[in-house]
Design a protein around this ligand. Structure first.
Ligand code: URA
Length: 433
């Protein structure tokens, strides 16, 4: 087999066999195929796409480029959730403890934020002492003793994805549905899960901004996931305004704790319960989605979800007292209010602009190695559909550097738009696959 022939075949719209895809993935991961040939292949895939069967083969080979964690010693199904990311998207910290409280094993491997979107690992690391870099033995131990574990990707998991993703990033081939599908699913399947709930977001704050593209990704994730033998649910959800009120790491952790205490923003609670309920159905702890939703609400009202969060924080070296005393979380030195300058209804809050405002305060990363400030961020007091009057607070900015605050304030003001009448309500979950 010659790489050049496989590049040509894909370039001309042909379909590769499983053996051909295995040759490419293994050859590249093991250093036998050069970056320039893999780049050409990825660009051919970008333009020609891949069939579901080819994407299954690609994902399969990427999964087996590293270790596949064996969690079979734990009786019962292991279920994770993946989100394509958004602004204020913090559901993992709510749904993982809720599903675990209902008896589902939740081994969760998450990522860091980049650009306007936040990452679960950064939020977790805002909890003093919390360790996301567990060894595989520690990962299994925490899962076994608390029912859930929240870590970052390890070197052993899907090394092909790390190498291919780094190449895609610099060859303008990230935005390809089959490549994204294989990248997401390879990392998740290698964690040792039986089922996966995916939250594919659309809207300006999302990775896939257009509804149609996000829908195609959702369909691809569902069909390839099932093709790999995984039990999969994919929800297509709205990210045209930030989720919940808080954007910024420590502020988001506090908001999650509030939801687990039965308070917190309604949209965040609704989506977290919905995703957790799908996990519970996949985990075979409820016979129907309605029963699972009731079970999840019960884990909030009886405090079991909160206790699970406390337990996993303690198990991973974090300070569990943050759950009762938010002053133990990192605190920004200053706060500034942004007030409304018009009367009317909030018609839109551009999620991307809010995410970029939080990033420039220091809550997010401009570059992959930028340092983040866990304390800073933005709390929105008005969401889409709310009535506002001149002078009413729209948002509070939590900051440590005055010059960054002024820029963030301008961006928050720019993110809001208004109408005279209330806008039509938008469903949070557009479709489920
Ligand atoms: N997230 C991933 O994990 N992989 C991609 O290719 C894109 C987004």
């Amino acid at each position: 087999m010659r790489v050049v022939d496989l590049i040509r075949k894909k370039r001309d719209g042909g379909q590769l066999t499983h053996e051909e895809i295995a040759f490419l993935v293994n050859g590249y991961t093991q250093g036998r195929i050069a970056d320039y040939q893999m780049s050409a292949f990825l660009m051919a895939v970008f333009f020609r796409g891949m069939s579901a069967a080819e994407t299954v083969s690609l994902t399969h080979e990427m999964i087996h480029s590293g270790i596949v964690v064996d969690l079979s010693e734990l009786p019962g199904r292991k279920i994770d959730k993946h989100s394509t990311g958004g602004v204020g998207d913090k559901t993992s910290l709510i749904l993982a403890p809720l599903a675990a409280a209902a008896g589902v094993w939740v081994p969760m491997v998450s990522g860091r934020g980049l650009g306007h979107t936040g990452g679960t690992l950064d939020k977790l690391e805002s909890i003093p002492g919390f360790r996301v870099g567990l060894t595989l033995d520690e990962y299994k131990h925490v899962l076994k003793t608390t029912g859930l574990v929240l870590i970052g990707a390890t070197k052993e998991i899907a090394p092909a994805d790390k190498k291919i993703y780094a190449l895609r990033d610099v060859t303008a081939t990230v935005e390809s549905i089959p490549l994204i599908t294989a990248s997401i699913l390879s990392k998740k399947v290698a964690e040792g899960i039986d089922g996966l709930v995916m939250d594919v977001k659309f809207g300006n704050g999302a990775f896939m901004k257009s509804f149609e593209q996000a829908r195609q990704l959702a369909q691809s994730l569902a069909s390839v996931g099932r093709g790999l033998g995984l039990d999969v649910r994919v929800l297509l959800t709205d990210m045209s305004q930030p989720l919940g009120q808080a954007v910024g790491n420590a502020l988001e952790v506090i908001e999650c704790i509030e939801v687990l205490k039965g308070r917190g923003p309604a949209d965040l609670k609704q989506l977290s319960v919905e995703l957790a309920a799908h996990m519970v159905v996949l985990g075979q702890k409820a016979a129907s989605l309605d029963e699972a939703r009731r079970l999840m609400k019960q884990q909030i009202s009886n405090g079991a979800g909160l206790e699970k969060l406390r337990a996993v924080i303690a198990a991973q070296g974090g300070d569990p007292l943050v759950v009762d005393d938010y002053a133990r979380m990192p605190q920004a030195a200053y706060r500034a209010e942004v007030v409304a300058s018009v009367d009317g209804f909030v018609a839109d809050i551009n999620a991307e602009t809010i995410g970029l405002a939080a990033m420039q305060l220091g809550a997010g990363r401009e570059l992959i190695d930028s340092l983040i400030d866990p304390a800073v961020g933005i709390v929105l007091h008005k969401k889409v559909g709310d009535q506002v009057q001149v002078g009413q607070p729209l948002a509070t900015i939590y900051y440590n550097a005055a010059e960054k605050m002024e820029q963030a304030r301008r961006m928050v003001i720019e993110a809001y738009s208004y109408s005279d009448a209330p806008p039509a309500p938008r469903p949070l979950v557009a479709e489920t696959f």
